[in-house]
Design a protein around this ligand. Structure first.
Ligand code: SAH
Ligand code: SF4
Length: 385
């Protein structure tokens, strides 16, 4: 017969950032604690950014002493933090075993967008993508996804607030649904970071069956179209062989019908391959009956990709053709070129030049309500060298 053991004696602490409020309530219940404590802890952590149980003054002494056995507040460590001249900031996070992922903070006139990663590497193997060159090494846990947000959030300047999140960093979010949608639930929760669902966008290479998870979560869908026909798309995006364009676009039509949410199509311009005027016409034909925006992204070059970025002139010609036909087009400006802000490129830069423009040790102490300065031990930085 098994010896009698208590929960606290057998379990390792659960990472707080992986828990929705409901999850936290259930966990506390398991430990014989009152469930309303979940709100109190959520408030301390997300509102006041206090993670030291000793400072959670409305919890009893015993509860505070027990808390580290139940919860950990560890965040992925910031390995490097780079700031571009254009205001873009790039963060490289340590996710253990010598692996790292990145997030990019992109300011614009009316918003502050954080682009986050969902996986280390990616199995979709898109030919033009730096991340796709590395096979999937590990799916990130929810706390590592929420953790990217929290670390960036903790380093914002006074008065700044992240207004939008896009899952357009490393990895295919729909290949990691459990953690991605858990992290969205935490970030969206009024008890968590209280982000509007309409300001969270999940981008997919087109995993048709999982697309509906985005509708269920009531967040926005972006689809990486990236090519004007099956021949080119299958060449640059192998996933197209499994889910070809017709099926993908039919599903997008159904998706719009069901959700009434305008879809964003991303379209990477590869010189001589997807950037011709006839391609713009084909893209228009493919999408004209789907209420959508087309986000054109000039290819960000990286060594050994075998692809080139089209000239600004060609980008302009492509954009004009689509617009003249009546499409709603956005041209994604390339931000942060000086800090390798293109998909997956910081890691290679970091490996070659550790410490370059590093500001990762700044702003570890910040002012919270009541003017008290708090240095959070879970945010202590690693040594870079
Ligand atoms: N896996 C998801 C989300 C991450 S990739 C997806 O593919 O949608 C986010 C976007 O970056 C995608 O639209 C992808 O086509 C684009 N992208 C990847 N590598 C790029 C590069 N080197 N230059 C420009 N865009 C790139
Ligand atoms: Fe993966 Fe997206 Fe890169 Fe394709 S473009 S390899 S799906 S991260």
């Amino acid at each position: 017969m098994d010896p009698i053991v208590t929960e606290a004696s057998v379990s390792t602490p659960v990472n707080f950032y992986s828990l929705t409020l409901e999850d936290l309530k259930s966990l506390l219940k398991k430990f014989g604690k009152e469930q309303f404590r979940a709100q109190q802890i959520y408030k301390w952590v997300y509102e006041s950014r206090i993670t030291d149980p000793e400072q959670m003054t409305n919890l009893s002494k015993i509860f505070r002493a027990d808390l580290p056995k139940i919860l950990s507040f560890e965040l992925p460590k910031v390995l490097q933090h780079l700031k571009s001249v254009d205001g873009t900031q790039k963060f490289l996070f340590d996710v253990g075993e010598g692996k790292s992922v990145e997030a990019v903070l992109i300011p614009s006139d009316d918003r502050l967008t954080l682009c986050i990663s969902s996986e280390i590497g990616c199995n979709m193997a898109c030919k033009f993508c730096f991340t796709g060159k590395q096979k999937l090494q590990r799916r990130l846990r929810a706390d590592e996804i929420v953790g990217q947000f929290m670390q960036v959030n903790d380093r914002l300047e006074e008065g700044q607030r992240i207004s939008n999140i896009v899952f357009m960093g490393m990895g295919e979010p729909l290949d990691n649904c459990e953690a991605v949608f858990k992290s969205i639930a935490v970030l969206h929760s009024p008890w968590g970071m209280n982000l509007s669902r309409k300001r969270i966008t999940v981008s997919t290479s087109g995993l048709i069956p999982e697309m509906w998870r985005i509708a269920d979560a009531k967040v926005r869908l972006a689809v990486s179209l990236n090519a004007p026909n099956d021949e080119i798309r299958s060449e640059v995006m192998p996933i197209n062989k499994k889910y070809p364009l017709k099926d993908l676009l039919d599903e997008c039509r159904r998706y719009y019908k069901e959700t009434k949410d305008r879809i964003t199509f991303e379209y990477v311009l590869l010189k001589g391959i997807t950037d011709q005027v006839e391609h713009a016409r084909m893209v228009y034909k493919l999408t004209k009956d789907i209420p959508c925006k087309i986000n054109i992204i000039p290819f960000n070059e990286h060594p050994g990709s075998g692809y080139e970025r089209p000239s600004d002139e060609q980008v302009g010609i492509f954009q004009k053709e689509l617009m003249d036909l009546g499409a709603h087009v956005l041209l994604r400006r390339t931000m942060g070129r000086d800090i390798f802000a293109a998909c997956g490129q910081l890691r290679s830069a970091f490996e070659n030049h550790p410490g370059q423009m590093d500001i990762s040790n700044s702003k570890l102490t910040r002012t919270i309500k009541g003017g008290k300065n708090v240095t959070d031990p879970s945010r202590r930085e690693p040594s870079l060298r």
